[in-house]
Design a protein around this ligand. Sequence first.
Ligand code: NAP
Length: 253
Amino acid sequence: MADHEKRTAIVTGGGRGIGAAIAERLAKDGNRVGVIDLRTSDTEATVDRIIKAGGEAVGVGADVADADAVATAVQRIADDLGKPTILINNAGILRDNLLFKMTDDDWDAVIGVHLRGAFLMSRAVQSFQVEARWGRIVSLSSTSALGNRGQANYAAAKAGIQGFTKTLAIELGRYNVTANAIAPGFIATDMLRETAERIGMSFEDFMTAAAKDIPVGRWGQPEDIAAAASFFVSDEASFVSGQVLYVAGGPKA
Ligand code: NAP
């Protein structure tokens, strides 16, 4: 890809797990990548791998739930890499608990990072997308959007992401900006390691048990999600908008 044709993508929560895989995949696809994570130091490993592979990336520390931090981070990436037209809303946290034990903080923190974070980031990036008359927004939902014990906060946030995505698709379509969501099933990352720990299982046993109910007979890898993100942000996907793609090794609805 010629240098002037390169686009700038932003991946939130890109320091590890699914976000890191998406950042590396989008860089391999020829995009410059701004990697946002809570602290700049959290982004270094991802940025180093992209640069070593011949790509261009910059890491910025920001809490996606903080409006000022988001505005500063997006402007910094625009200044360093060029105006961003691709956004991946991936940053996420878990604060699982049964409803009667779920605290106000558990609720607010999860809604804050996933929903407020996706809102603030999308609002900041859409001005560049509308100006460019081209853009892609991909947000991470989850199979938990369909309901999951111990995750009233997370399920509500991930279902909210789906409504948010469809609305962005309707509002921004006229500017050639598409918005889609990916809803992963079981993907081997630290997030699920945390879940296994909470319920007192080894990560291996937890994932092996999960794989028994997955039609393709295995759990997912971050690269499985990166492949879906790569499709959604491609030029070829310009007529695909407002969709939720379950990437879970089998059907979900
Ligand atoms: P992960 O390994 O826990 O990584 C999440 C990343 O988000 C971390 O780097 C984390 O930073 C960052 N982050 C958290 N809060 C943030 C904030 N306020 N501002 C900026 N960055 C923040 O999780 P993952 O498994 O890769 O999940 C990525 C996304 O996929 C999430 O939205 C998750 O809900 C979704 N998802 C995952 C699965 C799965 O099976 N793993 C399934 C369905 C959906 P720190 O390192 O500083 O904490």
